[in-house]
Ligand binder design. Sequence first.
Ligand SMILES: C[S@@+](CC[C@H](N)C(=O)[O-])C[C@H]1O[C@@H](n2cnc3c(N)ncnc32)[C@H](O)[C@@H]1O
Length: 343
Amino acid sequence: MNATVKLEKKHFPVLLNELNSIISPLYSGTFIDCTFGQGGYTNQILKNKNNKVIALDRDKKTSINVLNFQNKFKNNFLFKNIKFSKINTLNLENEKLKAVIFDLGYSTNQIQDPDKGLSFSSKGKLNMQLGLNEFSAHDVINKLNSKDLEKIFKYFGEENKSKIISKKICQMRKNKIIQTEDLVKIINKIKFNNKSKIHNSTKIFQSLRIFVNNEVSELIYGLINAFNLLPVGGMIVVVSFQSIEDRIVKYFFKNYSEIKNPSRYLPKRSDEIALFDQVKSKPIVPSKKEKKINPPSRSAKLRYAIKINKSGDFTEFIKKFQNLLDIENLSKKLWKSLYLLLY
Ligand SMILES: C[S@@+](CC[C@H](N)C(=O)[O-])C[C@H]1O[C@@H](n2cnc3c(N)ncnc32)[C@H](O)[C@@H]1O
């Protein structure tokens, strides 16, 4: 029985062999694993004794895994409970930094953790905080107005019933505080004849998770800061699981790997110099076998690039996704309403 529980909670690292073959030519140096989780990637990198890993995770609960790694790998392993957008606060003075790796989203044990409430089969208060958060999904659903909820559902969940779902939420909350089961009920009632293969609630739950965890700004600033930390020749690797993340990563690598200078006789502007090499237009995806063994891997996409220029100007990148960042900024409104309620 116990063995079964343990097995259920184990996180299978996605695209591990593919990651290994991409980064192994860089071995003998320091790697930043921005999303430590259960340490699948870190463990693979530390199989080579000349490597060191600085691992980050926003979830304090990962510290259970951290202790084992500290005992096993001693000074070759360092853990920080920070968000990866703050990667620029690391002291890397004596490190030979080789690559920064992101395996986005959440791990199997997090989705199975009832306290986190990431799953639509959870019961009770909505949550969805991965760690180091300022508010929960409960606050979002019970406080933001219908128009703001609609934007979150539409842009972060790509849900085409966003308007009616937001309206129904605001109607229901006149009489009661909305819990996870209430939200699922509202969605099921509206999407009763949904023919899609994905669960009725998937898109709304995804949008809330992105909003609660500031996943758009985390990724945008995580990528920019990773670029700024790396030496020329260093690599950024990202495994993403949903289309918004992949769009951001693809744009970041592709846009800055093309030389846009219209004429070789004109001097190059700083935003016209290619910053990355080895950018493949197609992502690496799991094999049929991996998808069968580990179904959550089915939507994974791995992209990577090598830094070839010292500094870059990322104004255009930020501007490109400003509409999504503006939606994330609705959290300031929410914050104010929570703050006014408390004081
Ligand atoms: C898919 S799991 C990583 C699994 C890991 N590669 C492994 O093999 O065990 C993603 C992890 O990233 C963490 N995470 C998500 N967003 C983060 C962020 N912005 N900063 C730091 N950690 C983050 C989550 O808490 C979770 O533990």
